[in-house]
Ligand binder design. Sequence first.
Ligand code: DC
Length: 232
Amino acid sequence: MESEDLQRMVIAIDGTAGSGKSSTSRGVAARLGLRYLDSGAMYRAMAWQMLLKGVDVGDPDAVAAHAESVRIESGTDPADPTIHLSGTDVSRQIRFAETTMAVSAVSAVPRVRELLVHLQRAIIGEGGIVVEGRDIGTVVAPDAALKIYLVADPAARAARRSAELGEDQVQDVRSVQQDLVRRDSVDSTRATSPLSAADDAVVVDSTELSLDEVVETIVTLAEDRLSSQAGD
Ligand code: DC
């Protein structure tokens, strides 16, 4: 494999909530020695900031006004991805149920998307990164060498997501599934950058696959892309 090309490669992994994007993206980045960016964590940090400041997340103008001053820093080591808000580690807070409830409304605000897309592109820089989200292949990195759209059946996603939640936030699988379906619907129908597969994305269904199998599938696709580029 041409390591120079690999070090410039951008792999976009989009998909619905709970489709296994995070574990998959981290696994692929670790396997290929690439950086990793969780764009959802940035939207979550933005939502947490609104909650901290008592901003009504149902008021897009108020959210847009507060978004200007928010400082989000994302660490890109797949073994230890970090997220800081104005210097404070908020990795735990961004997973709170209240943050999850607020994030779709916050991420639907065009100014929030503008600010975060700008930040995401700055982090992507020259490439060498796996980026997970909802609009990476369509908006953030439309030239990504490999675009994956990860899907899984809602019941499988809910079972995985409830197993991931910490003991202090136990939720039954049914309510997790309802929440995932609600977020998919809000994320897919919003006016700005709705969740959708890029025309040139490879759809990978993880319902029947183990994490290792999904990672392997994507690593193979990335290697194929690189060798076909090298042959061009
Ligand atoms: O991937 P996640 O569940 O942590 O994402 C949280 C929310 O952020 C999700 O409901 C929609 C939003 N999001 C987005 O709008 N665009 C992205 N690129 C990533 C996430």
